[in-house]
Design a protein around this ligand. Sequence first.
Ligand SMILES: [Zn+2]
Length: 465
Amino acid sequence: MTTRLTFLGAAGTVTGSRNLLETRDRKWLIDCGLFQGRKDLRLKNWEPFPIDPAELDAVLLTHAHIDHSGWLPKLCATGYEGPVYASPATVELCGVLLPDTAHLQEEEARWANKRGYSRHKPALPLFSTPDAERCLRQFQPVQFGDHLALTEDVRAEFRDTGHILGAGFLDLKAQRINGSRKLVFSGDIGRPVDPLLRAPSQAYNVDYLVLESTYGNRLHDDTNPVDDLVRVINESHQRGGVLVIPAFAVGRTQTLLFILRELEQKGVIPPLRVFVDSPMALEALQIHNRRIADFNLQARKLHLAGVDLFKTGKLKLCPKREDSMAVNGVESGAIILSASGMAAGGRILHHLMERLPDERNTILFIGYQAEGTRGRQIQDGKESIRMFGTDVPVRAKVESISGFSGHADYLELMAWLLGFNRAPRRVFLTHGEPEAAHSLKQKIEQQFGWDVTVPAQGDSYILDF
Ligand SMILES: [Zn+2]
């Protein structure tokens, strides 16, 4: 049967993942991400959906990250009333992330009105908190490995990819008169070995593959990032100050807590007070604690042995603003984990304001710092940073560790493909900057001789699916 696949986002860029799949009588959307980063990309969030959202029969989500899920409230607010299928952990994480995204949109509109810099008067948010809450009611959890019948002859299945909690690839199988066809959307593929999550599951008998290419031209450092972390923590402790780690609230913070607990138990770092100061990180932490079944065997074995996976010896959670402010009184022997990960906003700002001017303190970046963010400015060695209307001098020691990525590099992606039992008819590379996608295309063609396409935004292809 002829089916049309259209790339509505994450084509030549890493955000706004949206794939429209149309058969003779059905329309499905795979991922519904927000465009982020450059202004020309962000403006795409305001463009109307190319078809009437009410015509869609189902939305299927590979994982909770905003660049895959963050446009859903808008889709639902503009007429989509059908089901949103996702793994149970993805459903729970979206319950935290989507209202937060709405809140940020509302804040932005409020600022634009206050400063008068919007062309629209008054400036409106892309969507509101009630929009996000309404769309959450359309979510329906689908367990990994369960077969969800989308029609009489097409079934969907999520299989885990170890990228973040609940992340999975989508495996669609159609039963046709002349045999079956399989179409796989990779979502984001994780690393082969993660402290907490399982290695990516293997896909088989794939006819068409839509594959991410974030690290299509890069390899992760060979050195173990945990060794660097041990050094930074010990050096920071010896200087007598406090270690501040800006970290993404969902995923990165929990993995870091897991690693810190382990390092403490091995006795390679001293038992320090660890403050987790981000309301969203605390909600995500509860979700992680409920989803032990989604972890790898090693982590589940520890759980069975009675280990509280994310609890360091002197863990302090800071749900309230007063808890957060009280951390300012701590002079030494502490680690502060706070969001946002790029110091673009959130409680991390007041910690940086407090800690940056003192040379005994250390600021550690463990995630990618986008151009233009305060995180990037500090990382680049700027002598002072503008915050809350004042120039804050940077005297604290600044460190960066890059190896904690949640994305497979190109060798790890190729190793995943090597596990396919036969050549797909066609591979589409999405979710990568043009250079990364084209570099991966070349490597797959050379290694496997497969037919690889890098689609542009809005491109459509007819598949025999
Ligand atoms: Zn992701």
